[in-house]
Design a protein around this ligand. Structure first.
Ligand SMILES: Cc1cc2nc3c(=O)[nH]c(=O)nc-3n(C[C@H](O)[C@H](O)[C@H](O)COP(=O)(O)OP(=O)(O)OC[C@H]3O[C@@H](n4cnc5c(N)ncnc54)[C@H](O)[C@@H]3O)c2cc1C
Length: 399
């Protein structure tokens, strides 16, 4: 009998297993994948609060040692002019990183094992076991087809948006929004980028930064109304749009070599109730949003810390598990809702309103507020405070 079984061993599952194991709980961590692998779709940009979590957990040096360059300078390029700056830091961490998932997920899964979690890779969970409506374990099989049904006090689904755990327990969904945009990205050698490049256009958005192995990750997103057309000729549409949004980067990409296949697609947006009798959800399984603000990994780390705090309070008997998990849901939603709503607005890529255009022009030469503007994506600037009418007026009138 385990204290917890965690299904899914990437950005949400491995930290959850690691933090529980570090507190002395008996944890089984299972994933149908084996590690290292990057079967998860992601541009893997981790913001300052996520990097600060890696630092707290003693894992940041491993990311640095993987030869993944820090991303220090941010550039928001409107074509006619660019805002350049750096977001406020998080717990003294000024840089973000974009480690390949082969690198990051392996660091996380190894840390969970080092902390004492038992790992079963290549293990597919087919169903949950339940006693009187209370989840009591999983039913699954390993690569050889051998079946097993380990038991636990709590089964935690860190198994992404199609979560088997969420489906099995019929976790209620709320604040759901449809797919808002879609994009494609890939990896190039021979392209050099300094920091993060973000290039907005009407119903379009281009981006690029460096990752491991001297490769540049470059992508273009389209508002959903246009995305389905793009699928019919990805390369041509990608290069055409990149040239329109950022000619200099497009020139580099044309001269460089694409080293991977095209990756991309669309995602739905939703929150799910993250707990019930004998089960919990963490990461994308419990709260999924469009990747346009690249918040998924940073949010998954925060969610894992908050969930483990609640589980520890409950399993140790300091308070009722139900109450502790209800508090966790309140904490998660209070922090996540502003970035969720902001993300869903951004993902439409609508042309900026007159007021936003005035804001962008006013930010030129105002370094402090430009940095705070970048903090909206990094999650180090309060979204409601920045967009408060009096703050926007202050920036515009002080220009
Ligand atoms: C196009 C795109 C770009 C993105 N870019 C960024 C970005 O730049 N920055 C960022 O922070 N986020 C980004 N995200 C989001 C980010 O990738 C996710 O938020 C993050 O991977 C969530 O982590 P997770 O651990 O919840 O799920 P995952 O990383 O998807 O892991 C889920 C794991 O569960 C396992 N699993 C599922 N079902 C079972 C089963 N039945 N049995 C056993 N194992 C199972 C899977 O094998 C998988 O390993 C992007 C997403 C997309 C789609």
């Amino acid at each position: 009998m385990y204290d917890a079984i965690v299904v899914g061993a990437r950005c949400a599952g491995s930290p959850t297993a690691m933090l529980l194991a570090r507190k002395g709980y008996r944890v089984l961590l299972v994933d149908k994948a084996t590690f290292p692998s990057d079967m998860t779709m992601s541009t893997h940009w981790v913001h300052q609060p996520g990097i600060a979590a890696l630092k707290r957990w003693g894992l940041l040096e491993k990311v640095r040692a993987s030869n993944c360059p820090p991303l220090l300078t941010y550039r928001f390029d409107f074509g006619g002019f660019a805002l350049i700056g750096a977001p406020p830091s998080a717990d003294g961490v000024a840089e973000s990183y974009s480690p390949r998932r082969t690198v990051l997920d392996k660091i996380l899964v190894d840390a969970a094992v080092e902390a004492g979690a038992e790992l079963r890779e290549g293990f597919v969970v087919d169903a949950l076991a339940a006693d009187d409506g209370h989840v009591s374990g999983i039913r699954g099989r390993d690569k050889s087809g051998a079946k097993d049904d380990p038991r636990a006090r709590l089964v935690i689904g860190a198994d992404v948006l199609h979560s088997l755990v969420a489906r099995a327990v019929k976790a209620p969904e709320y604040n759901a929004k449809p797919e808002l945009m879609g994009g494609y990205f890939s990896y190039w050698s021979g392209v050099r980028l300094d920091g993060v490049h973000l290039c907005p256009g009407d119903y379009r958005f281009a981006f690029g930064w460096m990752t491991n192995d001297d490769l540049a990750l470059v992508g273009v997103n389209w508002a959903i109304k246009d995305f389905h057309e793009v699928r019919h000729g990805i390369e041509g549409n990608f290069l055409r749009e990149l040239s329109r949004l950022t000619p200099l980067l497009a020139e580099q990409v044309r001269a460089g070599k694409r080293e991977a296949k095209w990756l991309g697609g669309t995602v739905r947006n939703f929150f799910r109730k993250p707990y019930g009798p004998g089960w919990a959800l963490v990461g994308d399984a419990g709260y999924k949003k469009d990747p346009c603000t690249a918040a998924g990994i940073t949010d998954a780390f925060r969610d894992a810390e908050s969930l483990v705090q609640a589980i520890d309070e409950g399993l140790s008997g300091r308070r009722s598990l139900e109450e502790a998990l209800a508090d966790h849901q309140r904490r998660r939603d209070e922090i996540a809702m502003p970035i969720y709503e902001f993300t869903c607005e951004q993902a439409k890529y609508e042309p900026p309103s007159l007021e936003m255009q005035r804001l962008f022009h006013a930010l030129r030469g105002n370094q402090e507020d430009t940095n705070r503007f970048f903090g909206l994506i990094a999650q180090t600037t309060s979204i409601p405070e920045f967009f408060a009418p009096q703050n926007i007026q202050r920036i515009i009138t002080s220009a």
